[in-house]
Design a protein around this ligand. Structure first.
Ligand SMILES: [Zn+2]
Length: 237
């Protein structure tokens, strides 16, 4: 192969890799499974979502939400629900929506379609047993969709939900997280934060709590209404 040809092949395979990465992780990609990444723009409503709970720290987020009487959606991991069923239940009893965020928070691209289906089913059963609520929304761990997710979602009646804005609350400072969100939210936005850190026990979520404390009053001031994912996406239901 001459240099020109080698360069062209490298460019094509780099392009294919980028395309594949988008297909797997892109917030608006529905290549591996259908999902939404924002609500309708016609209403001044937004949805706060929290992944990776329940955790020993979830109550801190619930306190802030209760202070402003703001509903949210919690994408719980089945393994965390097994560890802390009372916390999972407290989230549901506070009026928040519960979604499925897998059982063991795996990277689905390392697993077979069958393992993916079993993981999702196990989470679904565990969450329902603890909270009484059967999730209708699924957020993929790490945002990674893969072969098998589409069928598993369909079998369990789960709609995929990505995000409009992700807070990077596991790595940034609270003011940076709040700033990212404040600058990127518009009508119908779905905001992704975390009340846990994957399956970690007693995770430190001070950044998340502080960011939520900053953004809620700001958005209320700007005239936004907070809604669960179901209400945001299906306002008539
Ligand atoms: Zn997660």
């Amino acid at each position: 192969m001459d240099g020109w040809m080698a360069g062209k092949v490298a460019a094509v395979s780099a392009g294919a890799a980028v395309g594949m990465a988008w297909a797997v992780r892109g917030r608006s990609s529905s290549v591996f499974a259908p999902s939404v990444w924002r609500g309708p723009p016609g209403r001044k409503s937004i949805a706060l979502t929290f992944d990776d709970g329940p955790s020993e720290s979830t109550a801190r987020v619930l306190d802030v939400l209760a202070q402003y009487a703001v509903p949210a959606t919690f994408f719980q991991c089945g393994a965390n629900v097994e560890r802390l069923p009372a916390v999972a239940r407290a989230v549901a009893q506070a009026g928040h929506e519960i979604g499925n965020h897998s059982h063991a928070h795996p990277l689905y691209c390392l697993h077979s379609p069958r393992a993916i289906r079993e993981d999702l089913e196990r989470a679904q059963e565990t969450i329902q047993a603890a909270t009484g609520a059967r999730p209708v929304w699924f957020r993929a761990p790490f945002g990674v969709r893969w072969f098998g997710v589409r069928l598993a979602q369909r079998r369990l009646g789960l709609g995929g939900v990505m995000w409009t804005v992700i807070g990077y609350d596991w790595s940034l400072k609270a003011e940076q997280v709040a700033g990212r969100i404040a600058g990127r939210v518009s009508n119908g936005a779905i905001v992704c934060l975390h009340d846990g850190r994957e399956l970690r026990v007693r995770p430190e979520i001070g950044v998340t709590v502080e960011a939520v404390r900053r953004v809620i009053p700001e958005f209320l001031e700007r005239g936004y209404k907070f809604e669960t994912v179901s209400r945001l996406l299906c306002p008539k239901s």
